[in-house]
Design a protein. Structure first.
Length: 125
């Protein structure tokens, strides 16, 4: 039986630097950004917490740009999101839906989780 090598992502970038494939500055920049932590934070649940054999993944991205506010469409955007939640809740697959919502400008309204944990948007969110 062979022993598995334990190589971290940072080791891979260091090796790429040593081989001349990327610069030392690129390695420093990459190491400042912890993508793994960001991805885990966005997931919101552990894969072992999902009891279904099949799931429906829904991601909603809300346009919260200045142009939406300036054109008076903020409430329309909120209403659209909330109507999607209502329609999904009324579906036959509601307990197999995993949902996530974020804003175009980066803020996460709620991470991936069960449909029952989704948050309706009001003017304060």
């Amino acid at each position: 039986m062979s022993e598995r090598s334990s190589t971290s992502v940072n080791d891979l970038f260091e090796n790429a630097k040593d081989q001349g494939n990327i610069s030392a500055e690129a390695v420093k920049t990459i190491q400042l950004f912890d993508a793994g932590a960001d991805i885990q934070a966005a997931l919101g649940c552990d894969v072992n917490d999902v009891q279904a054999s099949e799931v429906i993944l829904v991601t909603i991205m809300i346009d919260d740009s200045q142009s939406i506010r300036a054109s008076g469409n903020s409430q329309t955007m909120r209403d659209g999101h909330n109507l999607i939640l209502k329609a999904l809740e009324e579906s036959k697959q509601d307990d197999s839906i995993q949902i996530h919502c974020c804003y175009l400008n980066g803020k996460i309204l709620y991470p991936i989780g069960r449909l029952s944990t989704a948050i309706e948007i009001d003017p304060n969110k």
